[in-house]
Design a protein around this ligand. Structure first.
Ligand SMILES: [Fe+2]
Length: 183
């Protein structure tokens, strides 16, 4: 492809790839919206902005395969399988090689919290958490822990506070193991 695909074009292609799975489509749409918003407000470079948005759209690309192959969407399997799937997905995208490599790396590390390598990785983790907290009904204790340990950008922290700030404390649970997350 001569022309570089836009993020919107990647999003349309990812929607087709999801074959009508409304949960998967809704999930990456929400993660994309948060990631784009955080990145814009944090003033990242145009390169980083596109990398972050594309990674947000593609981050759970391995979920369908993992459900079929392993019977679950364990984070480590997702990271492992996501690398080859993302390379394949972006092969004819026209995106620069350096950009593809970084998107692939992010998909391969979207369940890795330690270390967090760069603002793009940080923003993807924050955006995914914002959505998973809602979809998996995380406890107040879990959210407080994430606020202390995961969230570092000003915008991501403000969003977490706005969306979940009023949740009541409860006695439940520790920070959820990212490898046990569904998405
Ligand atoms: Fe996700």
């Amino acid at each position: 492809m001569d022309k570089e695909m836009t993020v919107s074009e990647l999003l349309v292609k990812m929607t087709e790839y999801s074959q009508g799975n409304l949960h998967d489509i809704g999930h990456f749409m929400k993660v994309y919206a948060y990631a784009r918003t955080i990145a814009k407000c944090e003033g990242v470079s145009p390169f980083e902005q596109k990398v972050i948005e594309a990674a947000a759209v593609l981050h759970d690309i391995a979920c369908p395969l993992c459900r079929e192959k392993y019977g679950n969407t364990n984070g480590r399997y997702q990271e492992l399988e996501g690398i080859a799937l993302t390379e394949q997905f972006l092969k004819d995208s026209g995106l620069p090689g350096e950009m593809i490599r970084r998107i692939v790396w992010l998909v391969g590390h979207h369940h890795t919290l330690n270390p967090v390598d760069g603002i793009d990785h940080r923003i993807l983790l924050e955006a995914d958490y914002l959505v998973n907290a809602e979809e998996s009904n995380y406890s107040a204790a879990n959210i407080q822990n994430a606020k202390a340990k995961l969230f570092q950008t000003r915008t991501g922290t403000a969003l977490l506070q706005s969306v979940y700030g009023c949740v009541k404390e409860d006695s439940d649970s520790s920070f959820k193991d990212y490898n046990e997350r569904k998405n």
